[in-house]
Design a protein around this ligand. Structure first.
Ligand code: FDA
Length: 580
């Protein structure tokens, strides 16, 4: 060991979790170093569905437009198709990812952002470029080996794979964003529930012009019920668009107990041919790799000064497209807390709220993703195509659904229902947006929780209750139209009030913590010409909402508090920042 390098936060991993943690910390002015094992960022598409909450995080971090410019837009994502091959028979479609007309309206009402399809190998460079431009020091080919921690910080030993030597990095905090085989989480002893290696998957990336089979039903996902596709847990082969309509990724299962097959180009081509179903289309295989589907989540995300994020603490199948979304949101939840602890504004206890808030989300995501896989079974059952499945039997059952018999009519209805039910995987807007945090960094207002009016997994329900994300409404400032979400964030607390809320504005100025203030009402800095904000805010004009840097409501009060706003706000902030 020759040198000790010092920083405030050491981040292990440059995937969605590590790269967005670095980006947020650098945006907030916190010195940080990223070490990452390979000489490159993600070199295959991997995760891609990018939901509205993640787009809001990226908007807050100033990279939303870069992502939009590179991503496939929402309107090309929307026809999840079940078929016997791309060229073969179509069994049905689900309007997906906010493309059902009612869902589209719900998406527009919920957020200033749009969902999009941003493959991981395109997303990571956007995050990393911006992080480095804002001060992150990034070391490629540098592998985390071990760490020790004491009362003041963490010392990590890393190996420079280029030179072959090891050195130490001393940081006040360590973020383990080292993915599904996290050594940091293991070394920190984070207890993990669930199972690894539930099923085996092969990713085959290829180039082929499939416009003829896809442009008329634009989608990010095409599910192929081909013989042999029930192996490996996913239940059907998946042809997933990387770039419309020339770059593709196939996900195909293998039996984990038997081990991954030999991933030769011939093997990859045979799978592509089977799922595309047209041997005349030229195909170029770009890469093939095997990975395992896991069903695991950590009960706690931190041990002292070591905090883990992303797949390091939640591992699940790609269903619902939640992998990188949850990872980016973990990082956004953590970064402002680290900043305030590092600059002395908050007590280190604030970091306890990271596990309290994100572990329930991680558990929910792992459970939902695995449930979505099981919920595909009725599609196969409707075709009587479950194992032991022979090609002849599957084709015969698919053909039988066209008969003019009562049995065939029942089969058609069962198939329709089974496909429509997949909305829980392909259009679960509530899963994306309905997080409600309970932790020391949230001050409950004592009002009873009204719960959800509609299915909380499918439908977003805005709320200004402490612990909910600030509702989005379009407001104006002069000739500018902006979202309420645009008035908060960027590493600061924000207090929102309206006419009559002067006591809250004075109280905000009197705090030691930096608090932005926003007044919405006629003749104020911001106006609410549509009345949308007034309908959503759940407090009267002179009431107050205190919003955390990550856009979640931390405290709210139902009136002007003319005599005691200062005490109320001081007390709330003491609790939020872990001083009380
Ligand atoms: P991620 O795994 O992305 O990043 C981990 C980082 O840590 C990498 O930069 C790695 O190099 C680094 N690292 C690991 N150990 C290290 C060490 N000891 N020292 C230094 N650096 C280290 N999801 C999905 O929704 N749809 C999909 O189709 C797929 N497909 C898919 C394919 C493959 C091959 C993989 C590996 C994963 C997927 N996923 C997926 C999962 C998805 O990619 C995943 O949820 C997110 O990438 C998680 O982001 P993280 O940043 O947490 O980990």
């Amino acid at each position: 060991v020759s040198t000790v390098v010092e920083t405030d936060v050491l981040i292990v991993g440059s995937g969605p979790a590590g790269a967005s943690a670095a980006l947020a910390l650098s945006t907030y002015g916190v010195p940080n170093i990223v070490v990452t094992r390979y000489a490159h960022l993600a070199d295959t598409p991997r995760a891609h569905i990018t939901n509205q909450r993640t787009m809001e995080v990226l908007r807050d971090l100033g990279v939303e437009q870069e992502v939009v410019a590179r991503a496939t837009p929402q309107h090309l994502m929307g026809n999840t198709t079940f078929c016997t091959s791309l060229a073969g028979e179509e069994l049905g479609r689900v309007r997906s990812w906010g493309n059902d007309p009612l869902a589209r309206a719900a998406h527009e009402l919920a957020s200033p952002t749009r969902m999009c399809d941003m493959p991981q190998h395109l997303m990571e460079p956007v995050l990393v470029d911006a992080a480095v431009a804002r001060g992150t020091r990034l070391r490629f080919e540098t592998e985390y080996l071990s760490h020790t921690q004491d009362a003041d910080g963490v010392t990590a030993t890393v190996r420079d794979r280029l030179r072959g030597d090891t050195y130490e990095i001393r940081a006040r905090y360590l973020i383990g964003a080292d993915g599904g085989r996290s050594k940091v989480a293991e070394d920190a002893g984070l207890p993990m529930g669930g199972r690894m290696g539930v099923a085996g998957s092969i990713n085959i990336v290829f180039e082929a012009d499939l416009t003829r089979y896809t442009a008329h039903r634009p989608s990010t996902l095409y599910w192929v019920l081909a013989p042999g596709a029930t192996v490996g847990g996913i239940g059907a082969g998946l042809v997933r668009c990387v770039r419309p309509w020339n770059e593709w990724l196939i996900v195909w299962g293998y039996d984990v107990t038997a081990g991954a097959p030999d991933l030769t180009t011939e093997y990859a081509e045979s799978i592509v041919r089977k799922l595309v179903g047209d041997d005349d289309i030229p195909v170029t295989i770009t890469s093939s790799s095997a990975w395992t589907v896991n069903e695991r989540y950590a009960e706690t995300y931190a041990n002292g000064r070591v905090l883990c994020a992303g797949d390091a603490v939640h591992r699940h199948p790609p269903s619902n497209g939640l992998g990188s979304n949850t990872s980016i949101q973990d990082a956004h939840n953590l970064a402002w807390k680290l900043k305030l602890v590092l600059d002395g504004t908050a007590h280190p206890r604030l970091l306890d709220s990271y596990t309290a808030e994100r572990a329930p989300v991680g558990r929910q995501v792992v459970t939902r993703a695995n449930r979505s896989i099981r919920e595909t079974a009725p599609v196969f059952e409707a075709l009587d195509g479950l194992a032991p499945q022979t090609p002849e039997r599957l084709w015969a059952n698919i053909a039988a659904r066209k008969d003019a018999t009562e049995a065939a009519e029942q089969q058609r209805a069962a198939l329709r229902e089974a496909i429509a039910f997949k909305v829980y995987e392909f259009d679960a807007h509530g899963v994306d947006l309905n997080q409600r945090y309970t932790s020391g960094a949230i001050v409950p207002d004592g009002t009873p929780d009204p719960g959800f009016v509609r299915d909380p997994e499918l439908y977003h329900q805005p709320s200004s209750r402490p612990g909910a994300r600030l509702p989005h409404a379009w407001i104006t400032s002069g000739s500018r139209t902006l979202s309420t979400l645009d008035t908060v964030g960027r590493g600061r607390f924000t207090l929102l009030t309206g006419i009559g809320g002067q006591a809250w504005l004075r109280a905000a100025e009197q705090q030691d913590v930096d608090i932005a203030t926003v007044v919405i009402g006629p003749g104020q800095e911001y106006e609410d010409p549509y009345g949308d904000w007034a309908r959503l805010r759940e407090v009267p004009d002179a009431g107050a909402l205190l919003v955390r840097p990550d856009g979640f409501v931390a405290f709210r009060h139902p009136d002007a508090a003319r005599t005691n706003a200062r005490d109320l706000l001081t007390d709330a902030l003491r609790r939020i920042l872990g001083h009380a």
